[in-house]
Design a protein around this ligand. Structure first.
Ligand code: FE2
Length: 453
């Protein structure tokens, strides 16, 4: 003991304190040494939606809350689910007030409905908005709390989900968010005009039922926007900061779901890109092309498994204020009477600007991404990686009739300070950028994203 003598206990305390400081300092400086792969349960096949009643009966479920939106309610995906529940004597209540691009208020409405029914399982039939709403209802009815308690810090308190949730079966009807495979739920916090969310492995659905029959009704414009979300999920997770570059958490349970690029996510992300290149234009241009639509559903899940473990970065982080501050844009194909910028559009509008910026950090990964999207890259100089990848994304945007940059959805340079302010708190994703982006970098990226051709 260095200072023993007359006050041994005080010395012991001091030593303990120094050791604590040393351990804390070492942990703060230690880079991550491992990554964890959380697999998702998905079932794929045309017609498998009919099985859902049997699944719930086999789980011993007695009373189910089925969530959907009012447009989808009369259509075959919802009707098939309800018929299957009836056939297998599983009692249910239908909640059809999910809001497309949900808000804190719409989450609360759904949670109140969930609290009123003593439900022991949840079924979500719809796009990412519906599946995300169901995750929130499952969480807040199982572990009641203020809405902001589990929301990502610094916007919310970032409390971890206390334990496992009830069964949730997700039946996606769009091929985009991959929400059926992830432990993430996103909503628009209206008072700050930006999207935020909750991320925890326990939020992951028990099962995703991926049935190509369910995307038959998908309008072309929705197939385009959700398909480009898939493309960006895959590119962002493939180019995210490598997991070893993140700080090592103090305890394994504090290791985030979004861990940075890792060898297993890479496999899913690259394959998703190849599938998008082959099937997305077909799925958009011919609504009868069932093979292409089925393959895009599968691609969305592949990308979901990739980004669900690696994470997204700047295109998504920047998309949250772009969606949250929508003023007047009403997109084709979305039957809503309020302005929205669909998630996939708000993401892809930032993507070309971002990948030009991030390519210097890992040019080879940007080139591999471009190659997976069908570009011949063998003779390309790595210095051109950002331009090559961005040009390829722009080709997809043009072919799929996506608006030409942020100016085409109502933004001007005068909006950039607010867009930057809305992006800065999105640490959960922006810190995974392979090249750090400060406020001035984000301003330059938004300016670059104003128009592309
Ligand atoms: Fe997304």
């Amino acid at each position: 003991m260095s200072d023993g003598g007359s006050m041994p206990e005080a010395g012991l305390e001091q030593n303990r304190f120094s050791n604590y400081l040393l351990v804390s300092l070492r942990l703060a400086m230690t880079k991550e040494i491992g990554f964890e792969m959380a697999a998702s349960n998905i079932r794929f096949g045309p017609g498998i939606t009919h099985e859902i009643g049997m699944d719930l009966a086999d789980m011993g479920v007695r009373h189910v809350m089925v969530l959907t939106d009012e447009n989808l309610r009369p259509l075959p995906p919802v009707q098939t689910v309800l018929q299957s529940l009836d056939d297998h004597r599983v009692s249910f209540k239908l909640f059809d007030r999910v809001k497309v691009e949900p808000t804190d208020a719409s989450f609360k409405t759904a949670i109140e409905f969930g609290q009123s029914g003593a439900f022991d399982a949840f079924v979500a039939v719809g796009g990412g908005s519906t599946i995300d709403t169901a995750k929130a209802v499952n969480l807040y009815t199982t572990y009641p709390a203020d809405l902001l308690d589990y929301v990502n810090a610094p916007i919310g308190k970032g409390k971890p989900v206390p334990g496992p949730l009830k069964p949730l079966i997700a039946v996606p009807t769009t091929a985009g968010t991959g929400s059926e495979t992830t432990g993430v739920t996103i909503f628009d916090l209206v008072e700050i005009h930006a999207k935020t969310g909750i991320a925890h492995r326990y939020l992951k659905p028990t099962l995703g039922i991926i049935d190509p029959e369910n995307t038959r009704m998908l309008p072309s414009a929705v197939a385009a926007s959700t398909g480009l979300d898939v493309l960006s999920h895959a590119l962002e997770s493939y180019t995210a900061i490598p997991y070893r570059e993140r700080p090592r958490p103090e305890r394994p349970k504090l290791r985030p779901a979004y861990q940075g690029s890792n060898p297993i996510s890479d496999v899913w992300s690259l394959q998703a890109l190849r599938m998008v290149a082959e099937y997305l234009p077909r799925a958009v241009e011919n609504t009868e092309d069932n093979e292409a639509r089925g393959m895009m559903l599968l691609a969305a899940s592949y990308a979901g498994i990739g980004f669900g473990n690696a994470g997204c970065h700047l295109p998504h982080g920047m998309s949250y204020p772009v969606s949250g501050m929508a003023k007047s844009y009403k997109p084709e194909g979305y039957p809503v009477d309020y302005p929205i910028i669909p998630h996939g559009i708000s993401v892809i509008l930032n993507a070309p600007a971002v990948f030009r910026f991030t390519a210097t950090a890992c040019p080879e990964r940007h080139l591999e991404g471009a190659a997976a999207l069908g570009v011949e890259v063998s003779n390309i100089n790595p210095d051109d990686a950002g331009r090559i990848l961005s040009d390829r994304i722009i080709e997809f945007m043009q072919r799929l009739n996506i608006p030409n940059g942020l100016s085409a959805v109502g933004y001007t340079s005068g909006d950039i300070p607010a867009l930057v302010e809305g992006t800065l708190p999105q640490h959960r994703v922006t810190k995974l950028s392979p090249r750090p982006a400060e406020a001035e970098d984000l301003a330059a990226l938004f300016e670059d994203a104003m128009s592309y051709w």
